[in-house]
Design a protein around this ligand. Structure first.
Ligand SMILES: *[C@@H]1O[C@H](CO)[C@@H](O)[C@H](O)[C@H]1NC(C)=O
Ligand SMILES: *[C@@H]1O[C@H](CO)[C@@H](O)[C@H](O)[C@H]1NC(C)=O
Length: 385
């Protein structure tokens, strides 16, 4: 006993303990760096706003056929990755803030899919492709719709034994319990492709909303637990809309009034359906990501975010009010891109710069533009497992 009470020994013991603690702590720090992600997988759906590489230039929608060429990708990846931007998209920033790798595009056979998959395809519609064919709206339209993406995901689910959450609860749980389902903006193309057709807008909206809700219902029935559904951005603020619409078609935000009204109405109908799903599937968390208002908040406080150009594109033909011309699209030989993309909201006329996507992702993940908040979804996930 005496030996332990001797001051010298005590000092040695203390020093040893501190060293052990110190070593232990630094080991612990190493093991948790990067911190373990709250989700194992992300499954994403959508169109070019979410597509991380399923589209190649050959299959891209007309006018935006150069996604596989620089300057696409110039800011972050420094080479084209088939993302419609100069760098990362919202889904990339979401993955990063969850300490997860960038999502593998489903169609890339070689990609590591252990952290989930991205089914989004540039040019995709919410409504099934055959509708556009039947109504003579097929010129160069991407054949993949949200139904196609659901078909791909279903194949994957079936290969994992997941049919529905009652007969194959264990198998479906294995896919969905640790998964974030990210439904990117979808539907903007439906309205764009039907411009000039005789099909009424109200019918497009109804069919598009039915498609998205049918899609969500299928996933919820199979046991999807953590879902984020993005609404449409204010499509009237996209350069292409500003460029095409008559000058007197403007609302109090300065953007194309008719297009914004349409997006707003679509979002209202979508949110009403989400409310019904929240009641029907109380065990799932269904978050609405308000792209519309997140985007408008940037147009109202551009300086705060370092944006100098709200409507003029960074990558375009080099002149005019918007630096934009349909026939000299970004990536074409006659186009060029600006010195500092981070000062621009719009990248190529339809798609946004990495800087804008980052602000949007921040607004969803850390800000107040998710309903309920993204943090609520994370806390529900933590509680469940
Ligand atoms: C589509 O085009 C064909 C041939 O021009 C025409 O006969 C048909 O009525 C059109 N359909 C619709 C829905 O406009
Ligand atoms: C959210 O905030 C955290 C902490 O500031 C930051 O690391 C992360 O990048 C942000 N997420 C997004 C998507 O901006």
């Amino acid at each position: 006993m005496a030996i332990f009470t001797s001051p010298t020994s005590q000092t040695i013991l203390t020093v040893t303990s501190i060293l052990i603690l110190f070593t232990f702590n630094s080991l612990y720090a190493k093991a948790t760096n990067p911190p373990p992600s709250i989700f194992k997988t992300i499954y994403a759906f959508g169109d070019s706003y979410t597509d991380t590489g399923n589209t190649q230039s050959e299959t891209g929608p007309s006018g935006f056929m150069f996604v596989s060429k620089l300057p696409y990708g110039r800011t972050f990846f420094h080479h084209p990755t088939n993302r419609y931007s100069d760098g990362r998209l919202v889904i990339d920033f979401v993955a990063q803030s969850l300490s997860m790798p960038f999502l593998a595009p489903y169609l890339n056979q070689k990609a590591d899919k252990s952290h989930g998959m991205n089914f989004a395809v540039g040019g995709s519609t919410a409504i099934i492709h055959s509708f556009f064919v039947r109504n003579n709206m097929t010129t160069n339209i991407t054949p993949q719709s949200l139904q196609t993406q659901l078909g791909w995901f279903n194949e994957y689910l079936e290969s994992n034994g997941c049919k529905d959450s009652t007969t194959t609860a264990k198998e479906c749980g294995a896919v969905f319990n640790e998964a974030l389902i990210w439904v990117g903006e979808i539907g903007a193309n439906d309205y764009a492709y039907s411009l000039g057709s005789s099909v009424p807008r109200t019918q497009i909206q109804q069919l598009a909303i039915n498609s998205v809700t049918g899609f969500l219902q299928t996933l919820l029935k199979k046991g999807a637990k953590h879902i984020v559904v993005q609404g449409l951005p204010p499509t009237g603020c996209l350069t292409l809309s500003m460029y095409l619409a008559p000058k007197d078609d403007r609302d109090d935000t300065g953007c194309v009034g008719s297009a914004n009204k349409q997006a707003y109405s679509h979002n209202t109908a979508l949110q009403a359906k989400l409310n019904i799903f929240r009641q029907k599937y109380p065990q799932s968390v269904i978050v609405y990501a308000d792209y519309y208002n997140a985007y408008l908040s940037v147009t109202k406080n551009a300086n705060k975010y370092g944006f100098q150009e709200l409507y003029k594109v960074c990558c375009g033909y080099g002149g005019g009010e918007y630096n934009f011309n349909l026939f000299d699209a970004c990536g074409s030989p006659s186009s060029s891109s600006c010195a500092d993309p981070s000062q621009y909201v719009n990248w190529d006329g339809v798609h946004l710069t990495e800087a804008m996507y980052q602000v949007m992702a921040d607004a969803f993940v850390n800000g107040t533009y998710c309903h309920p908040r993204f943090g609520y979804l994370l806390s529900k996930k933590s509680q469940s497992g």
